[in-house]
Design a protein around this ligand. Structure first.
Ligand code: GDP
Ligand code: MG
Length: 237
């Protein structure tokens, strides 16, 4: 099924995404790596209107419950206690803001979004989640990029593909993060990553940037920080 929206996500068609990151980044090898000085929890908001003032670049993390989102956020921030890894899944439907400050003085928001695909939530909770997420993703003006987490042990899942296609329709820029890479052989991980991208290729003209991570082995941290650093740089230009 061809979806024309997927082929136009790089155009600036007068919607609220115009100011966002829309072009592929080029690595600046001469720039020193971004080093995080502090990362702290700020606030949990029930909807985008209650979020902190949109005065710095923002990066949101989302995925199915249990995909390893809290573990990834903790790995990125280098703080194993920052995002709770033990929170009851599906319960918190809040937008969680963390403020990250780099050693060079720059700062950005890291956002932990409630996960999707948890079986034990009611239809009305699911609807409420969708509305909150859609409003946040489409209206949060300082949102630069969404990192969509996908379990690297699994073949392409309908729920993840539907979510990234939805992001495409909303023209929200995103990257893919394949988590828990230490739990499978490298061959199996590569196969699952390739299968996901191949499935996307059927309807997408451009494929998003992707990362392979392991919170246990601290794999992929440097690459994600580099991407955030590049996007921060673009925002300030
Ligand atoms: N082996 C391994 N386990 C992980 C990794 N990331 C998360 N986990 C485990 O997966 C479970 C869910 O992780 P969590 O970060 O709470 O997932 P969330 O629900 O998406 O926030 C926990 O038991 C984690 O210890 C990883 O990279 N490797
Ligand atoms: Mg979590």
């Amino acid at each position: 099924m061809e979806n024309p929206a997927h082929n136009t996500r790089h155009s600036s068609s007068g919607n609220c995404n115009d100011a966002r990151h829309t072009t592929p980044t080029t690595r600046n090898a001469n720039r020193p790596p971004m080093i995080i000085k502090t990362a702290k929890y700020l606030i949990s908001s029930p909807d985008y209107t209650k979020c902190p003032k949109p005065d710095r670049p923002e990066y949101a993390f989302i995925g199915r419950s249990n995909v390893g989102k809290s573990s990834l956020i903790n790995m990125i921030a280098n703080n194993h206690k920052l995002a709770k890894t033990s929170a009851t899944p599906g319960k918190t439907q809040l937008i969680n803001h963390f403020l990250v400050e780099n050693t060079d003085g720059d700062s950005w928001y890291l956002v932990d979004l409630p996960g999707y695909g948890f079986a034990k939530v009611s239809q009305s909770q699911r609807k409420q989640w969708m509305k909150m997420i859609e409003d946040y993703l489409r209206k949060r003006e300082n949102l630069v990029n969404v990192f969509v987490l996908i379990d690297s042990r699994l073949s392409p899942q309908k729920i993840d593909l539907e979510f990234v296609n939805q992001l495409g329709e909303w023209q929200v820029p995103f990257s893919l993060v394949f988590t828990k890479a230490d739990k499978e052989t490298q061959k199996e991980v590569s196969r699952n990553v390739k299968a996901f991208l191949d499935t996307m290729r059927k309807t997408w003209q451009f494929l998003p940037q992707h990362f392979v991570t392991s919170a246990v082995k601290k794999l992929g941290r440097k690459q994600i920080l580099e991407a955030i650093s590049d996007m921060n740089k673009e925002q300030s230009e």
